[in-house]
Design a protein around this ligand. Sequence first.
Ligand code: SAH
Ligand code: SF4
Ligand code: F3S
Length: 473
Amino acid sequence: MRTEITKEELDIQRRWMAETAERSAALPAKPLAFVDTYGCQQNEADSEKLRGMLREMGYGFTETEAEADVIVLNTCAIREHAEMRILGNVGALTHTKKAKPGQIICLCGCMVQRPGMAEKIKRSYPIVDIVFGPHAVWRFPELLSRRLQQKKRLFATEPSEGAVAEGLPEYRQDGPKAWLSIMYGCNNFCSYCIVPYVRGRERSREAKYVLEDARKLALAGYKDITLLGQNVNSYGKDLEGPDFADLLRMVCDVPGDFLVRFMTSHPKDAGERLFRAMAESEKAARHIHLPFQAGSNRILAAMNRRYTREEYLAKVALARSYMPDVVLTSDVIVGFPGETEEDFADTLSLVEKVGFDSLFTFEYSRRPGTPAAEMENQIPKAEAQKRFDALTALQNRISGEKHAAYVGTTQKVLVDGFTGDERGPLNARTNGGRLVHLMGDKSLLGQYVEVEITDSTTWSLYGKLKEGGNQGA
Ligand code: SAH
Ligand code: SF4
Ligand code: F3S
């Protein structure tokens, strides 16, 4: 059941925001907030909403915990390592809070929605004032306001299938790139994955809201828009309206000079309609992130991925038949319970066969509450590490070769960052999303430029601005 948060409920939150804004205005100095985000782009997008609400409540922003009146840690639960790091950082806030006793510490996001986690925080982390899961982001104004009025700790982590809240304020990250959520949650229940348990069921935003946001972003001058969902190919199944392929075409039809990407598409649902829509839309970036997770059919079945190795390879071939130059990236897990040497060899051979431009390799992490956590034959850490290293070495070779093939070509790239790197202080991205380091002035930030690729490494490209290659803002 898809639930939309009503206008009345959101109006109540707006009243809480107005009340806190008045309180902030009466303070001798503007109160400051520190927002830190862990995990994936979905969390980044939620943090933009949290910042938007904080800004409306009269808060400024700081990068220093010690200065902050409100600290928000937006957490991730995807792997145990991520959680350990977050809990370590929460522990370290004990000192900050001691030095600034009125400080309000909020923990939100996927980790706190995991069964048992709220209790653990209640018991072991008394410095945390407000805890709320991904389903309660829209209720942040109320939670913060209540905490400002009374000393009681607040928890909003009750189980939920999730809802859709439209019209929350947003404060986007700097730069020419924007996230645009098109759906929330996941129904796939891959046997290793915690996401469906913490993010609820799949629910799509109505196309009219997505398009309204896309138009606003284009008008504001954003040059690179990423449509977000755990499985974007499920978009619209819960609504009467366009499916993902049509939505992509509609977003690409919005006037403006920008590229459209999407994350993530599940191989079981990606297909001809999508590849054709991409190929026929000039603004669709020639990049597909298509996580395969494992190369062996036995492991794919145990993971509940619902495609075979052969089907995956056929989809890659189909995508390439529509877009010969498409950049392919992927996620893979090594050391899934029961993964034999032979299964792992299948992963290596799939990687070799496809020739991904880059690969995100993860060691399997046991997530309590998921079916895989109960499976026999959990792989010892040392073995998983060995496989991780072997796969990384193979992919590094392939990425190196793929990058080397760019040398001598001309690419239109979007300058999206500035680093201190002497060999190329400007960071830019090709249409397919490959990283290019460039010499050049900060004033090129946010612009498309033509560059000649002069050198490459395993991880990135080096480029030189072409004469007259500045295409303007
Ligand atoms: N919805 C996306 C993935 C989101 S999570 C998809 O299905 O493609 C991002 C990646 O984290 C996954 O693709 C997977 O490779 C990895 N991952 C998820 N759960 C994991 C676990 N328990 N251990 C190790 N890696 C995991
Ligand atoms: Fe997790 Fe699978 Fe859903 Fe991706 S599709 S979020 S890996 S359950
Ligand atoms: Fe982490 Fe939640 Fe994303 S678990 S990877 S932040 S959906």
